[in-house]
Design a protein around this ligand. Structure first.
Ligand code: PLP
Length: 282
């Protein structure tokens, strides 16, 4: 595996990141994840726009033009010889003597690109059976709209899910509402067939997959409400699912061990997944 590190292409295990990188010291940075299918970056523009927004919110200047970044992303993918892949881009504020405040003299942000294989079969198989989620308190900060590399609450939530034999953790705010998953957005389908997902705000990451599903729903004339929902509502819903670049549309069949509807993947989630996949071909 080959990684891109500040203009160089290096083996993934090469010592390349400095101890005083603020990403390492403070998690002072952001990231993006692209799903690549047959060599095509899905929703490239959307991910790039979100990256720039995250960087802007943290006042980190990307030291690279869009064109140069694009070349680096594609060249890293090419060197890994993968058609179906996940591409991770991390940008940190850069290397500077340890001090919480920003470096007085601006430093060059660090840019790292890594690639990993994303075979289709395991994800498709998971979508056939559906996944279980657990619920856990949303203990994150108040700027979850920024795709920060600071992911400790998400790490702990995912670990809790893993230990409970579940695939994802749904994060519950003080009001008892589901904000989102530890690495995905959360959805339900009501008994009336209405798609429901939490509105984009500073308490969730506005998923690029989420935005694509909203576009698909609009194009297909599906009813959709962007509003909060609780675990109780999800448990009495007709369907539930999660969305993310890695999982696309993934049916949720149980919450804290209790079945959603009849405990089988829902038909609307399946149809959305198909529409989503069909869009990838176009
Ligand atoms: N919410 C969180 C906290 C995430 O980490 C992710 C993706 O990693 C998402 C939502 C889904 O975003 P996307 O659809 O852009 O992958």
């Amino acid at each position: 595996r080959i990684a891109y590190v500040n203009g160089r292409y290096l083996p993934i295990d090469a010592p390349a990141v400095q101890i005083e990188d603020r990403g390492f010291q403070f998690s002072d940075g952001v990231y993006e994840v692209w799903l690549v299918r047959d060599g095509n970056f899905l929703d490239h523009a959307g991910h790039l726009a979100r990256l720039k927004r995250s960087l802007g919110e943290l006042r980190i200047d990307l030291p690279m033009s869009d064109a140069a970044l694009d070349i680096a992303l594609r060249e890293t993918l090419r060197r890994n010889r993968l058609g179906d892949a996940l591409v991770y881009l991390q940008v940190t504020r850069g290397v500077s003597k340890r001090d919480h405040a920003f470096p007085v003299k601006p430093v060059r942000p660090s840019i790292i690109i890594t690639i990993r294989p994303a075979p289709r079969a395991p994800v498709a198989a998971r979508a056939e059976t559906g996944i279980g989620v657990i619920t856990t308190d949303d203990i994150r900060w108040k700027r979850c709209d920024i795709k920060s590399i600071s992911l400790l609450p998400n790490v702990l939530a995912k670990q809790a899910a893993r230990e409970a034999g579940a695939f994802e953790a749904w994060l519950i705010n003080a009001g008892g509402e589901v904000t989102e998953g530890s690495s995905s957005n959360a959805w339900i389908v009501t008994g009336e067939g209405v798609l429901v997902t939490r509105p984009a705000g500073d308490d969730i990451l506005n998923g690029i997959t989420r935005q694509r599903i909203i576009r698909i729903a609009a194009a297909q004339g599906l009813r959709l409400e962007e509003r909060a929902f609780t675990v109780e509502e999800a448990l009495s819903a007709r369907e539930a699912f999660i969305s993310s670049a890695t999982s696309m549309v993934m049916p949720v069949v149980s919450i804290d061990g209790r079945p959603v509807a009849n405990g089988a993947p829902g038909s609307l989630a399946g149809a959305l997944r198909e529409s989503y996949e069909a869009g990838l071909e176009g």
